[in-house]
Design a protein around this ligand. Structure first.
Ligand code: ZN
Length: 121
């Protein structure tokens, strides 16, 4: 028989059961079902609480996927200091020409002004 999964009333686990033949005077009279977790025996299949395979969790819906794709359009991505005309590259580090503070290329800045195309530094 196919392996069956049950919610065992003996140990409370979801466990596989296996069928064991029952012999009486060397004659097979039937089967019992044995919990593989705790060994509890069930005389009939009706006594067991069968559980099906767990439903596959669907983590991402289509809506989520679309949101992730549109979260960063190009405008948004280019509002960081790496794209800003105020960004000053010096041997000592990256500096913002407006706040005069050291900054990072990935920083988002309020005084952001996009570098003109082709402009350097
Ligand atoms: Zn059990």
């Amino acid at each position: 028989m196919c392996p069956m999964e049950i919610r065992c009333s003996g140990c409370g686990e979801v466990a596989l059961v296996r069928a064991e033949p029952v012999y009486e005077h060397f004659r097979r009279t039937g089967e019992v079902y044995v919990c593989t977790a705790c060994g509890k025996r069930y005389a009939t299949a009706e006594e067991m609480v069968l559980v099906g395979p767990p439903p596959k969790p669907q983590v991402f819906t289509d809506a989520d996927r679309e949101a992730a794709l549109t979260m960063f359009d190009d405008d948004e991505r280019q509002r960081c200091c790496g794209w800003c005309r105020h960004m000053i590259l010096s041997p000592f580090g990256q500096r913002c020409g407006v706040t005069n503070r050291f900054t990072d290329a990935t920083n988002l800045c309020e005084s952001f002004e996009k570098k003109a195309d082709g402009e350097t530094g």
